[in-house]
Design a protein around this ligand. Sequence first.
Ligand code: URA
Length: 220
Amino acid sequence: MSSTPCEKYPSVYLLPQTNQLKALMTMIRDRNTIRRDFVFYSDRVIRLLVEEALNHLPVVETTVITPTDSEFKGLAFRGQICGVSIMRAGESMEQGLRHVCTGVRIGKVLIQRDEATALPKLYYSKLPDDIAHRYVLLLDPMLATGGSAYEAINVLLKANVPQKHIIFINLVCSPEGIDYIVSNFPDIIIVTAEIDIGMDSRKYILPGLGDFGDRYFGTL
Ligand code: URA
């Protein structure tokens, strides 16, 4: 089963809503799930997200010879990828990307709320020097307001990455976050596991799973 674009947003792909995915997501949403299990089940969902993101890369037809001396007409990926994680929570997704794409280059951006303006501000970025020629898997587990993702995407665009080369993967989205990103960057692909109902006054996604970074890295 492969993902289908959301009816309302053709650039947003929801993972197939299988019982397996629902059970994994239920584990990580449960506030009683201990950290070891939270990490284990999150990593399984992250792996599914990365595999789905790779479905959006271009491919070319290729022919190989099998051990039975037969020709097999298949496909090969065309184009190179890299990851960019939005620190800190996005770093939790780096291992899942490395498991699927060995040797993948991974850049980082650090965006935090500016205490004076209350707006997201870029504090640090380090990207592969050839990023303009790569497809970028942008990593952040939660798309809440979309403020950090907006800043991170602008960093990529300034580095000459075309919008249509950016695949933003996350575990949970708020409808507000999707609206914000899709309306500003209509050519970016978003791959997500679940779309939630909204956000609370502190901008936590509802029903959500709490603070992903704190639960994953054990800093509660
Ligand atoms: N970041 C999180 O970790 N959780 C939310 O609900 C929103 C943003």
